[in-house]
Design a protein around this ligand. Structure first.
Ligand code: ZN
Length: 319
């Protein structure tokens, strides 16, 4: 009887894997480093080893496991399980990840976008449990997203839906890595927060963070906020404002029941959530925001693994 799926969360730094039951419990989890510099084949070897560790970690693991899903950075060819490119993984161009994993572990595999998988995990047993529709924003070096509508991931026409980080809120705004301007990622990612903080300090703004120089991180900004640093508090408030503008747009277009924020920056808690909520009140249509919950991830580090497993359980693309 199959009652387990192995979910894998492939990141630029770490590979996380877990044996997940059909009711959303992680029965066994493991984590290893990605070692992306070693190239695709070596990384897939490490994924396969993590899967084998999960199979060995639960009693009767292999017999009980229906299959595997790897949540991968993208863009992807979902139908064929191919990673087209992965900006944080050197050499990853047209990598047939599904076939490579199947060959190594002898189990059926599917490949889903990592942020989509995390969104599905949160909708299944996380912050959006019980809700039919949910939008996830992952706040990190960049900003990723996932959209779940009627309990299913919304992939869009060519499979690249939910690139929320590249929603432009100002066509004359700062340049973004995607080639566009004024993308929310260029305003509210950890990278953008650090850039804005450096600019403020360079412009003569007094801050305890001036001594950090090139080593400044978004985490430092959060910690300075807690210590009462005014320039850092303003930076966090501005970040929340821009996220609020993006979320107001999302509510007006999709009217989801829940919006979930995840990633390191969410450690800032209410310092980030308050300006978001205030901006949403000012910028979203009342009917589009009424009763909508805006909250932080409930699954944290497990979201990608649980969501990948759920992706396999509900998979309906080409196999
Ligand atoms: Zn962009």
């Amino acid at each position: 009887m199959h009652d387990i799926v192995i979910g894998v969360d492939l990141g630029g730094t770490n590979i996380k894997a877990g044996a997940v039951s059909y009711d959303g419990r992680v029965l066994f989890r493991c984590r290893t480093t990605t070692e992306g510099h070693m190239g695709p084949a070596a990384v897939v070897d490490r994924i396969a080893q993590a899967i084998r560790d999960c199979l060995a970690g639960v009693e009767g693991g292999r017999e009980r496991t229906a299959g595997v899903c790897v949540g991968s950075p993208g863009p992807l060819d979902l139908k064929n399980g191919v990673v087209l490119t992965a900006p944080n993984l050197p050499g990853w161009v047209n990598v047939p990840l599904r076939a490579m994993v199947e060959e190594r572990v002898g189990l059926p595999c599917v490949v889903e976008n990592d942020a989509n998988a995390a969104a599905l995990g949160e909708q299944w047993v996380g912050a959006g449990s019980g809700a039919d529709s949910l939008v996830l924003l992952t706040l990190g070096t960049g900003i990723g997203g996932g959209i779940v509508l009627n309990g299913k991931i919304w992939h869009g026409f060519t499979g690249v839906a939910a690139e929320i980080g590249h929603m432009s809120i100002n066509p004359d705004g700062p340049a973004c890595n995607c080639g566009g301007r004024g993308c929310i990622e260029a305003y509210a990612s950890a990278t953008a927060m650090v850039r804005r903080m450096r600019e403020a300090i360079a412009a003569g703004r007094h801050s305890s963070l001036a001594s950090k120089g090139e080593k400044l991180t978004a985490r430092d900004i959060y910690e300075a906020c807690v210590a009462g640093d005014q320039a850092a508090l303003e930076n966090m408030h501005t970040t929340g404002f821009y996220l609020g503008v993006a979320i107001a747009n999302i509510l007006n277009v999709l009217n989801p029941e829940v919006v979930v924020l995840s990633g390191g920056v969410t450690a800032a808690g209410d310092l980030l959530l308050r300006p978001i909520q205030q901006t949403v009140r000012e910028h979203a249509l009342e009917a589009a925001r009424e009763g909508v919950r805006i909250c932080f991830s409930a699954l944290g580090d497990d979201a990608g693994v649980i969501g990948a497993a759920r992706s396999f359980m509900t998979w309906d693309i080409g196999r």
